[in-house]
Design a protein around this ligand. Structure first.
Ligand SMILES: Nc1nc2c(c(=O)[nH]1)N[C@H]1C(S)=C(S)[C@@H](COP(=O)(O)O)O[C@H]1N2
Ligand SMILES: [Mo]
Length: 201
């Protein structure tokens, strides 16, 4: 009740200030992906950290549930120009993941890889320091398959294509390697506030 009233009274100026350049606000939650939802069975789900081809650490679903949990609330921005305000997410922070694996990040870059054939590159510095999580819950409920459940990467300060759905693992790479969309003309970094949509931006 209080939240709805507050949202209703928000001034156009406040909305504008929270919108990165070229974005508009939506109330729904669009679904964008390169193919059908992959079929994922929690009994066989695994999440793996790799350095190149070498596995560093992997978690079953039950093991993953035992990790410390983190919550985040705020705005998300898609390169297709919609932004959604005040979204709530919960999961395991990248920092807690590395702590559980008892490793420091071995390189400065990684590729987030989905159970479909999707991948996207993110600098390690953008995941560390509480800036990203492996999200399992959206608005208090398990993330729906359409939005990447059971677990997706969530990096809210970058365009949403960096938040790989149906996350299978994170692969540390020596260099900043392009992922699926970055190979097809999307920006290597993707900062919404600098409007880094395409390679040339
Ligand atoms: N595994 C996987 N993750 C993905 C994608 C995909 O095709 N496969 N699409 C990306 C793109 S382009 C966007 S804009 C967001 C959309 O997330 P949403 O469907 O939850 O809005 O997911 C990103 N993560
Ligand atoms: Mo996208």
């Amino acid at each position: 009740m209080a939240t709805r009233g507050f949202v209703g009274r928000r001034s156009p100026e406040e909305t504008q200030k929270r919108l990165p350049p070229g974005q508009h606000r939506v109330e729904d939650f669009p679904i964008l992906q390169i193919g059908p939802n992959p079929t994922i069975d929690l009994a066989t789900w695994r999440f793996t950290l790799r350095e190149g081809a070498k596995p560093l650490k992997s978690w079953s679903w039950d093991e993953f549930q035992a990790l410390p949990r983190t919550a985040w609330q705020g705005d998300i921005h898609c390169v297709t120009k919609w932004s959604k305000f005040d979204t709530g997410w919960e999961g395991v922070s990248f920092d807690d993941l590395l702590a559980d694996a008892r490793i420091a990040a071995p390189t400065d870059f990684l590729l987030a890889e989905g159970y479909d054939d999707y991948s996207t590159n993110v600098p390690v510095a953008d995941l560390a320091g509480g800036r990203a999580m492996i999200a399992t819950h959206y608005e208090g409920a398990p993330i729906e398959p359409d939005h990447g459940g059971p677990a997706r990467l969530f990096v809210p300060h970058l365009y949403l294509w960096k938040s790989a759905k149906w996350l299978k693992g994170l692969r540390f790479t020596k260099k900043d390697e392009a992922g699926f969309w970055e190979m097809r003309g999307y920006h290597m970094y993707g900062d919404p506030w600098r409007e880094q949509r395409y390679t040339s931006d």
